[in-house]
Design a protein around this ligand. Structure first.
Ligand code: ATP
Ligand code: MG
Length: 361
């Protein structure tokens, strides 16, 4: 894959407010790239600077090897999809999709109508062309908005929280459909979302943003398994934190962990440049376990007391108190056949493994 988009040292000020801080990123042709972060961190602003709806205060935006300084949005090879409300309710589905082609002089009526049919088929709305747009479900409207963007055959499709108006089931269905569509058409997608699960499911790579800055940029698995800071670890999935004291650093790192004692971890379990001294250790709930009666383990164990039980049907999340730690440990357990759901106050054995610890500065 070749670089399609590159941002170099991009800064954006609104008056005194520093909305984007030293953004450096490259996005490859055909990549599914997501911008993830809490409300107000600058995701939409960053997307708008790529689209050309917003100029940059400093830095360079390149698309397809061309500097975009002074290039207006309608002259860029990008197209933006907003939330479902952006379609025209008084037009038919086909008229909505054809809207972007209205100024196209190269295509005749027949070609345009064929292009509309093709775009509708791509988004699973074949045969819906004559339907009034107001007579569609939220998910169908979202597909119309997508078809309207796809018909222009942009090199880059910019999607700003396109699924946030949909209910959970529909959102999950659309996530899978969007992924399939992206692979099928080979267009580069940049998705803005504040939903970490959505970003993990859909993206080739994710940039996690806080306060106008990129905190970490990686593929989903690396982000989840090897967050480089506490705030990234906290934002993506659930994470337990324990106080830690790093004793020595080489290929292996020796660290005293509150409640667990002295542990040895591999260097790859820590961000590069970690030093001796105070740190934190992160442990994902699903890498801890409760040892139920009759189960055996080769791994490390520690005694605990159940403090809270949250039952999800397929899973139960336990908060378990262990000696020497103020906060409880959250533990995710599958409700396998024969496993009881424990009560608050139950004495338990917690299973842990040094390989799942993540050292954080
Ligand atoms: N035109 C503007 N003038 C002044 N401040 C702005 C302007 N547009 C955005 N901001 C500010 O810049 C910051 C980033 O806004 P942005 O819309 O990019 O956030 P976001 O990450 O998309 O948030 P959300 O998830 O809520 O949509 C916010 O604090 C916002 O108030
Ligand atoms: Mg936004």
């Amino acid at each position: 894959m070749t670089d399609l988009i590159s941002l170099t040292n991009v800064n954006k000020y609104y008056g005194d407010y520093h909305a984007l801080r030293n953004i450096d990123l490259t996005i490859k042709t055909g990549e599914f790239f997501s911008l993830l972060g809490p409300s107000g961190c600058g995701k939409t602003t960053l997307l708008r600077t790529i689209a050309g709806f917003e100029g940059v205060s400093e830095g360079v935006v390149m698309i397809g090897g061309k500097n975009m300084a002074g290039v207006p949005a309608n002259m860029r090879p990008t197209n933006m999809v907003f939330q479902s409300y952006a379609i025209f309710p008084h037009l038919t589905v086909a008229e909505n999709v054809a809207f972007g082609l209205r100024k196209n002089k190269q295509m005749d009526k027949l070609q345009k109508s064929e292009a509309v049919d093709q775009a509708l088929e791509m988004v699973g709305l074949k045969g819906f062309g004559d339907r009034q747009a107001h007579a569609l479900s939220g998910g169908q409207r979202q597909r119309v908005a997508l078809a309207r963007a796809l018909i222009l055959k942009p090199k880059v499709l910019l999607l700003d929280e396109p699924l946030s108006a949909l209910d959970k089931k529909m959102r999950e269905q659309m996530q899978v459909e969007l992924m399939r569509l992206q692979r099928h058409v080979g267009i580069t997608f940049i998705l803005v979302t504040h939903d970490q699960e959505e970003a993990l499911v859909m993206s080739d790579r994710i940039a996690v943003m806080f306060d106008g800055e990129i905190g970490q940029m990686d593929d989903p698995e690396t982000l989840y398994r090897r967050p480089n800071s506490r705030r990234v670890a906290e934002f993506i999935g659930k994470m337990n934190f324990l106080d830690a004291d790093v004793k020595s650093v080489s290929d292996q790192i020796t660290v005293d962990v509150a409640g667990l004692g002295t542990c040895t971890v591999n260097a790859e379990q820590a961000p590069s440049g970690i030093d001796t001294g105070k740190a934190a250790v992160g442990i994902r709930p699903e890498t801890l376990a409760i040892l139920f009666d009759g189960e055996k383990t080769e791994r490390e164990t520690i005694a605990g007391v159940v403090d809270e039980v949250v039952y999800y049907g397929d899973m139960t999340y336990y908060d378990v108190r262990i000696a020497g730690v103020d906060n409880t440990l959250n533990i995710a357990m599958k409700n396998l056949i024969g496993r009881p759901v424990l009560d608050v106050g139950a004495q338990t054995t917690v299973v842990w493994d040094a390989r799942s610890l993540v050292l954080l500065p």
